[in-house]
Design a binder for this molecule. Structure first.
Ligand SMILES: [Zn+2]
Length: 161
């Protein structure tokens, strides 16, 4: 399952990549380019633009219209429709910038790449093979988990309604 997201979904794109999904995204793609790419690469088009959604569906493209007000709402809509998983497994996570799967990197190798406090607190690190970005499950992880928990809760509440 691969996605392509419209220019308004930069934040959601980062979420999906972290969750391990292949998402093509560029704020420079126009509607026609989004539709062409979706068709050529068999990607599901994610959009906040109802007009684009109808255009894509008319052309036989698998598209999904997102109208969530928060990241958690959009994630739960995707979980409901496509069974997108709402747990992060760093073994499958992709770089939020490059869409490339990150790989584990040993602690010694990040000593010059992260702040001292980060280095001393954490033992597990991952690196993007393309841009070199280092990932770790730091303090920001609490916020990430909260959003995912909220998304799961939305999903439960909407069931059976
Ligand atoms: Zn990267």
């Amino acid at each position: 399952m691969k996605f392509i997201a419209d220019g308004m979904l930069g934040k959601l794109t980062r979420w999906l990549r972290l969750l391990g999904y292949d998402v093509e995204y560029s704020s420079r793609l126009d509607d026609a380019q989004l539709i062409t790419s979706a068709k050529k690469e068999r990607r599901i088009l994610l959009t906040r633009d109802l007009e684009l959604y109808h255009q894509a569906v008319a052309k036989g493209i698998d598209a999904f219209y997102l109208d969530g007000k928060t990241g958690a709402e959009n994630l739960s809509q995707l979980a409901k429709r496509f069974n997108v998983k709402l747990d992060i497994d760093m073994a499958t996570s992709r770089c939020t910038k490059c869409n490339v799967v990150v790989r584990p990197i040993s602690k010694e190798k990040v000593v010059d790449k992260v702040e001292k406090s980060t280095f001393s607190y954490y033992n597990e690190f991952w690196e993007c093979p393309k841009c070199g970005q280092i990932y770790w499950q730091g303090a920001h992880w609490t916020r990430i988990k909260k959003t995912l928990e909220a998304a799961k809760e939305n999903l439960l509440n909407k069931k059976g309604s």
